[in-house]
Design a protein around this ligand. Structure first.
Ligand code: TXA
Ligand code: MG
Length: 313
């Protein structure tokens, strides 16, 4: 395990802050989240303000246990129960009909709510101790790379709120999002749980998002993006003048004298290191980051999704 234990006194202080409507950054197994009381409208406003996130973009509610689902969803379809039993706690977010007691600010005014039960022990302890749903979008400014360590959150927000340091995130990219609020399941965001495993559990493959699906940040063309101009490369990876170029490699040989980060050629290792590597390269002041296109295949789908959004103009 790479998760660090958090002293109980810090967890207790975090719960007190959350009860007062203040923010706390928390580790999850996917990425760090910026947590707030999901039922406190003033706390939710602080999340949108800190992230610079448009108010119509909905947040994910996090629960201590699937047994608490009825607190946030007014209907729990059989498919939701099956997926929850198989994949929670874990990196799966379900979109379900919203419980009327939730503030519309949580869901960007939509009639659905996104919910997940995270697996990271610190997040679980905190949720149990808090005793209600916590909203927690990724703890980054709107459109930027998600943080996979406490240091990433501090680099972006300074001491604006405390960060519970649970070590580096074991998965490294955001949860898979499945919409179960319509007639058929839809995959809104690929993630650590592969579409094939969802299909096996659901008895049908989740379809693509509807074209009139809510406009949500993780679905915007440019999102999860470095500030530096970034390109996804094939055989043109090392073409031309490499002065001022930084490289993110997977299997290609590293040219001498070029700022380079390397990620493992397996999807688990690649996802775990992706955002940290992009952040490091982004901080080098390069004129361009070039990413060697990683392998194809279902296990790489979530990585290709994030890379497409990182390089979108
Ligand atoms: O792994 C994760 O999901 C992380 C950790 C912290 O749990 N959280 C995360 O939150 O990535 P955020 O807010 O950065 O991304 C949540 C995504 C957004 O694309 C949001 O628009 C979408 O979930 N979402 C939230 N509520 C929704 C809803 N009712 N319908 C459709 N999409 C929704
Ligand atoms: Mg995010």
């Amino acid at each position: 395990m790479n998760e660090q234990a958090i002293p109980l006194v810090l967890l207790g202080q975090a719960v007190q802050r959350l009860r007062r409507g203040e923010l706390v950054a928390i580790p999850t197994e996917t990425v760090y989240g910026l947590a707030a009381d999901a039922r406190n409208v003033a706390a939710l406003a602080r999340v949108f303000e800190a992230k610079g996130r448009p108010a119509e973009h909905p947040l994910i509610a996090h629960l201590a246990s699937a047994a608490d689902l009825a607190q946030v969803a007014r209907e729990i379809p059989a498919a939701a129960r099956r997926l929850a039993a198989r994949f929670w706690p874990g990196p799966l977010t379900l979109v379900l009909p919203r419980h009327p007691s939730l503030p519309p600010e949580l869901t960007g005014g939509q009639d659905t709510v996104a919910v997940r039960v995270p697996a990271h022990p610190v997040a679980r302890h905190l949720l149990h101790a808090f005793g209600g749903p916590l909203a927690a979008p990724s703890a980054n400014r709107f459109g930027r790379l998600s943080p996979t360590s406490a240091a990433h959150v501090r680099a972006e927000f300074g001491d604006a709120f405390p960060v519970l340091d649970g070590g580096p995130c074991s998965l490294g990219i955001e949860s898979t999002i499945v919409d179960l609020s319509g007639r058929a399941p839809r995959l809104l965001r690929p993630g650590a749980i592969a579409a094939g495993d969802l299909a096996e559990c659901l008895g049908e493959a989740p379809g693509p998002p509807e074209s009139d699906a809510p406009r949500v940040p993780g679905a915007l063309a440019r999102h999860y993006a470095p500030a530096t101009r970034t390109r996804l490369c094939g055989s043109d990876l090392v073409d031309g003048d490499l002065e001022g170029v930084a490289l993110l490699l997977c299997t290609a040989a590293a040219p001498a004298g070029v700022e380079t980060r390397r990620l493992p050629p397996d999807p688990t290792g690649y996802a775990r290191g992706l955002y940290a590597a992009l952040r490091e390269l982004d901080a080098r002041g390069a004129r361009e980051i070039r990413i060697e296109r990683p392998p194809e295949g279902e296990a790489w789908d979530a990585i290709h999704d994030r890379l497409r959004r990182a390089v979108a103009a």
